[in-house]
Design a protein around this ligand. Sequence first.
Ligand code: FSX
Ligand code: SF4
Ligand code: F3S
Length: 401
Amino acid sequence: MNEQNLLALEDDARIVAAADRLAMSRREFLQFCTALAATLGLPQGAEAAVAEAVAAKKRPSVIWLHFQECTGCTESMLRAEHPTLEKLILDVISLDYHETLFAAAGHQVEAARKTAMAENKGQYILVVEGAIPTKDGGVYCKIGGKTAIELVKECAADAAAVIAIGSCASWGGMPSTIPSIPGATSSPTGSSGVSQVLGKPVVTIPGCPPNPYNFLSTVVHFLTFGSLPAVDSQGRPKFAYSRLIHENCERRAHFDAGRFAMQFGDDGHRKGYCLYKLGCKGPETYANCSVILFGDAGAGTWPVACGHPCIGCTEQGVGFQKPIHSLAKLKNIEPSSFLPRIVEEKGVGASLGAAAVLAAVAGAAAGAGAMVAKNLGLSHQAEEMEKAKRDGSKANESAEV
Ligand code: FSX
Ligand code: SF4
Ligand code: F3S
């Protein structure tokens, strides 16, 4: 936003009222809207429309259902550390039904849901948190005498938009994992995602828990343009889920230089090396955690920055499915152009990551990339075997002594 537009907007009565409401300065409010517009990937100038939409206080009615989950989605939304994020969320939506946050219970809340649905017919946003059990007629989750299947169908019928928040609602998430007991082929309760149950695509904001900023940006898009943002084939907003974590990871330069933590607490781990060999699923997980960070509490606040490999919680088929320590599939080996390079140490030899980069630089296309990915896996196995051999011969040596 240029300075002149900014000054004009700062004097707009609606902006003044919104900033006061949120206990922000007018400049802070506009900066926040500019950041939202940038997150949404909107062209320059769109921040004014975003600011006006947020300030207009249209407040769409939101019916928020809870099924099989841990309530982490709601918790992460309310525990946002940015001084205003949770206030903004609650300011831009009118949360008319939310079991966890309602002080009332029983028939009173059921009545509140029905009233909100009737008064906002065709205009409310339905947010679903948690997976939906589908086995045995859905008897494993009932609220007010209705199964989750009945409730979600009833509430979706007159909704203007349906948002599945969290991985559970997106595709089944954690409750959909298959227990490691002999003969088990599905989750005990048949946990499914919202779109599976409704039989139509819905917007999904996966993550366990998801980033509240992605939810807010999605709602703000709806407020600004009257439509939900563009989504990928799994219903995930493209503004948040079109890049692999690995593409923008702060440890990426270590991957490219072949520097890996091999064990939790080892020298490489303490030095902040890449967590690929500890099972980091960043190379096959699409999400913006590494860019907007997590918990909105400043630097170092997302799993990889904290020293734990990404488990791929936003990615169906990866999070809660693949073993945490198994190696990730490398989908894109192009090095990030945003992050500084780490100068490889001389004499360390051709590292696995460096080999991948060399292949990429040499013009390796998708097919070759897959080969490199395969080779990386093989190299990893070879390295492990070598290590085992070394350890074995050391053990023999000490046995001989
Ligand atoms: Fe929990 Fe939400 Fe995970 Fe699921 O987030 S944080 S189990 S995605 O539905 O409450
Ligand atoms: Fe970051 Fe994980 Fe990729 Fe390493 S493998 S660069 S830790 S995302
Ligand atoms: Fe989940 Fe990985 Fe982000 S575990 S929170 S997708 S870093």
